[in-house]
Ligand binder design. Structure first.
Ligand code: BTN
Length: 238
């Protein structure tokens, strides 16, 4: 175990999923734990998808105590810290945020984030970052890229350290000042704000104008003058 800021960091050569491994460390309250792996052979994505463990990329899972009623806001802290980390390492890059979980570089997905509950109040924040490689997806739903492809040469450990410091800064703002400043910063980097989008939910798909996010992080979709709140879904820019 090593320390990065006040995080206990465990790095493994190979795991199935870092989200599972970090859960083994959530045995006592009050800790901030991060697990990384050089190689991940059974990575999970959102909505039952898998996450391909390409060599040289970052696979990390943080375990952090978060009260249940604040869960909806955490993803904004997580993605904002990702934006700030990329900007710190490569200020010239075009980085945007896509509701709810995605970070885009040059309009392409660069990272994947999967939140899961662990024991007690622990939340697991699993993050995959395309540092050196990106998957070629056949039936393209969205385009992907890597930091290397975008012209930023870094490595998984440098990125991890940068990210944890940026995450702690965003976490401190959120804990001290609440959600409004986090939401404002997130919105200032949001892709397609005010534009037409389609939201594919579990059961139905809806189109409208992307008006922002509410106090709990729900997406505000204006459909012919009626603003609807969307809790979950995949969005597509029209
Ligand atoms: C997605 O975009 O669908 C989310 C992908 C999340 C992938 C990361 S990689 C590290 C952590 N371990 C996992 O099994 N998944 C997350």
């Amino acid at each position: 175990m090593e320390k990065i800021a006040d995080w206990q960091w465990y790095d493994f050569e190979e795991v199935g999923s870092t989200n599972d491994t970090v859960k083994n460390f959530c045995t006592e309250a009050g800790k901030k734990i991060v697990v990384t792996a050089q190689s991940q052979n059974n990575g999970r994505g959102r909505r039952g998808r898998s996450w391909v463990g390409l060599e040289g990329n970052l696979f990390m899972s943080m375990a952090l105590e978060v009260p249940l009623h604040e869960l909806g806001q955490v993803i904004f802290v997580v993605t904002l810290a990702m934006l700030n980390s990329i900007k710190k390492l490569a200020p010239q890059l075009d980085v945007k945020l896509k509701w709810p979980n995605d970070v885009l570089v040059n309009g392409c997905k660069i990272s994947g984030i999967l939140l899961e509950k662990a024991s007690g109040d622990y939340l697991v924040i699993g993050i995959g970052v395309n540092i050196a490689a990106y998957p070629e997806i056949k039936d393209i739903v969205y385009k992907t890229t890597s930091l290397r492809q975008a012209g930023c040469e870094t490595d998984r450990i440098t990125f991890l350290k940068t990210y944890l410091w940026e995450f702690d800064d965003c976490l401190a703002v959120w804990r001290q000042e609440g959600f409004p400043p986090v939401r404002e910063q997130w919105l200032s980097a949001a892709a397609h704000l005010g534009g037409k989008i389609r939201v594919n939910g579990e059961k139905e798909s809806k189109e409208g104008i992307f008006e922002g996010v509410d106090n709990n992080g729900m997406l505000l979709l204006n459909r012919n003058g009626n603003v609807e709140k969307i809790y979950a879904g995949d969005i597509f820019y029209l």
